[in-house]
Design a protein around this ligand. Sequence first.
Ligand SMILES: [Zn+2]
Length: 202
Amino acid sequence: MWEKLEESGAGMKSPQEIMAIFKETGALLQGHFLLTSGKHSAQYMQCARVLQYPRLAAVLGQALAGQFTGLGVETVAGPAMGGIIVAHEVGRALGVKALFSERQNGEMTLRRGFTLKPGEKVLVVEDVITTGGSVREVLALVRAAGAQPVGVGVLVDRSGGQVAFDGLLFKSLLQVKIEAYDPEECPLCRQGIPLVKPGSRS
Ligand SMILES: [Zn+2]
């Protein structure tokens, strides 16, 4: 199946193709899950499971990069950890540099000698967003350096299309709304489907 996905190659991917990649790599699981919040859900998302396949990471990076051509992007930036591989692959596809920000004492910063020039056009990327908090911190960092954010790109938008970034161009490859239930109101419990804690062996 990977061969087929790789052959279909660069550029636009339909949401169905993207969804297939996430499901077949186990990045989007269907079942009955106990979330860290204590709530239950019918789906569970773990983007690292798709990004562990470099060739698929490249396919997704190309698909996302294809949404931001013609903007003169000079640098792709993403927050650690989720944004590192995505920034790398989108940067590769656009032929520009890629860097990542990370938290130091709770504050998003550029370390490791990464710098942004005044006016530098920066595309901010992330693997999954729910509220977009980390992306906003990176945008603030980019602006504080005097650089210019030109867009935000994510593999998966879990906000159900609710998130926006001050009118910036915002694109996602996949929109997934994962419903979370209180245990006493969970329809999956009522159906007697066994509850699974994601990441645990069973
Ligand atoms: Zn349940």
